[in-house]
Ligand binder design. Structure first.
Ligand code: 9MR
Length: 370
């Protein structure tokens, strides 16, 4: 048994090493920032950020509008995340931090994405005991009317519902067993979209989810479940306009299947939906320590994935989940066992462009125009 596990680990280590191609060319023409390259193809490039980091790090605050023409508040528009508490009590909203992010975007003429109206996570402490069958509908509609209403006209797109599928939960519709589902039934998703459409008729309304990118059993089940959900929503006339594919990639994953992913994107597009790559990053936790090797594998993962994604003209935006390495959520959730700093994003700790930046730039430069 021990030998089998040992042999498996050795094969996996070899597979990861074999991902590195030292001759691979990441050359980029010119110095234009990512947003200009994206714009030239009718695309948007953006990043998430947290208000506390923009305040603490003026260099990041300066660089963000240089590279990006879209901003996604990573905490501030959730019900509750980090030091941001939008919904302190069932009857109160605190828009202080969300407003600062909206002002930052407006000041720098960046598009603003709303993230996220309905999610089973990032809820305040009162939520679990405060939601019941008889008040859930009012909680949901009041939240969406108030939050989407406040920023109406200023939001490019709202993640109306986030991460609502979980095939492992065993339902035939593939939906995740959440308190929203328990209190309101499967139609809570339709209700959320209809309420958002009334509160902000100009925003693109998005269903956002993760774990859809690879040729694995889990991803395949999730692709089936999301397509089923989208087909159902479209058939019943729900005002849904786009799908957000989070795309948290793993640099050590060896089973990206371009053809399967291409087909999945075209299945979404054929429902008349746009696609946004909403939270792109490449985890490097299991990659070799050597920075040159690691950066090459991370950049290859970006390019292999994005070159396929951007071939599909229904894809209208690419957002990385952070712009530079130190602020990645992975620093906390997926640190390296050797203690070295992680390198999952386009820019490094000094805001220098890495191979990952070049990989993204190349994909924008080479993709078809929309
Ligand atoms: O990156 C976000 C991290 O800073 C927060 O602590 C966490 C909980 O609010 O959410 C992270 O962002 C998540 C996003 O909102 C939804 N998809 C998964 C992201 C990574 O966990």
């Amino acid at each position: 048994m021990g030998t089998v596990t040992g042999a498996k680990a050795a094969y996996k280590r070899y597979q990861i090493l074999a991902l590195d191609d030292p001759t691979r060319d990441f050359t980029v023409t010119g110095n234009a920032p990512l947003k200009a390259r994206a714009q030239a193809k009718g695309l948007i490039y953006g990043s998430s950020a947290r208000y506390k980091d923009l305040i603490a790090d003026p260099d990041l605050a300066n660089e963000l509008p240089v590279e990006c023409n879209m901003l996604v508040p990573e905490w501030e528009m959730k019900w509750s995340a980090g030091d941001a508490l939008l919904r302190p009590t069932p009857d109160r909203f605190d828009f202080t931090l969300a407003d600062r992010m909206a002002e930052f975007a407006q000041h720098h003429q960046m598009l603003l994405r709303g993230h996220t109206l309905i999610w089973h996570l990032c809820v305040p402490s009162w939520f679990e005991t405060g939601i019941h069958t008889d008040n859930a509908e009012q909680l949901l509609t009041q939240h969406i009317q108030t939050v989407a209403g406040r920023y109406a006209g200023k939001i490019h797109s709202w993640d109306v519902v986030n991460e609502a599928i979980e095939p492992r939960d065993g339902r035939s519709d593939g939906l995740r067993e959440t308190l929203w589902l328990k209190c309101l039934g499967a139609d809570y998703i339709d209700l959320a979209f209809r309420t958002a459409a009334t509160a902000d008729p100009d925003a693109l309304l998005v269903y956002n989810d993760y774990g859809l990118e690879y040729d694995t059993f889990e991803c395949e089940a999730r692709r089936i479940a999301i397509l089923k959900l989208l087909e159902r929503l479209k058939a019943q006339g729900t005002p849904i306009h786009a799908v957000g594919l989070q795309s948290h990639l793993d640099g050590s994953e060896t089973c990206f299947n371009a053809e399967k992913f291409r087909r999945f994107l075209s299945d979404i597009a054929s429902l008349g939906l746009k696609i946004l790559i909403t939270e792109l990053d490449v985890e490097d936790k299991n990659l070799p320590a050597d920075v040159a090797v690691r950066d090459r594998i991370v950049a290859s993962a970006y390019e292999d994935f994005l070159s396929v994604a951007l071939d599909e003209t229904a894809v209208i935006a690419v957002i990385t989940w952070g712009l530079n390495d130190p602020y990645s959520w992975l620093a906390e959730t997926s640190p390296r066992s050797d203690g070295l700093p992680i390198r999952p994003l386009p820019l490094d700790e000094s805001l220098n462009r890495k191979l990952a930046w070049q990989a993204i730039a190349r994909c924008f430069d080479q993709c078809p125009k929309r």
